[in-house]
Design a protein. Structure first.
Length: 105
């Protein structure tokens, strides 16, 4: 098993534990159904030659664009560790979550 797959599984396991402790609904990835076919949101526009092109095409916010870029380059940026990228992803994800919670209220 590749290290990232192990980490992803551990994160999912801890997310379920944390949600159960806090009384939150527990996310079950097995509950998702799919026909296995491709969908249009996976198609890239022909003019997208860089990540920024795709970010602009999808209309991503600054925060979501930063998450996208950090995920794409995970651990590969000069002088940036995997923990740096993870912290950046978490920071912007928490900001996005707070924004969505305010919008839903």
């Amino acid at each position: 098993m590749v290290p990232d797959a192990r980490i992803d599984r551990e994160i999912a396991d801890w997310a379920r534990v944390g949600a159960a402790i806090e009384g939150q609904p527990v996310y079950d990835p097995r509950a998702v159904t799919s026909d296995g076919g491709s969908t249009s949101y996976y198609e890239l526009p022909p003019q997208a030659t860089e990540l920024n092109d795709l970010i602009e095409y999808k209309g991503m916010s600054f925060a979501l664009g930063n998450i996208f870029k950090a995920c794409y380059r995970f651990g590969e940026k000069d002088a940036a560790s995997r923990m740096y990228d993870l912290n950046k992803i978490i920071y912007f994800a928490e900001r996005l979550k707070a924004l969505e919670q305010r919008r839903a209220a």
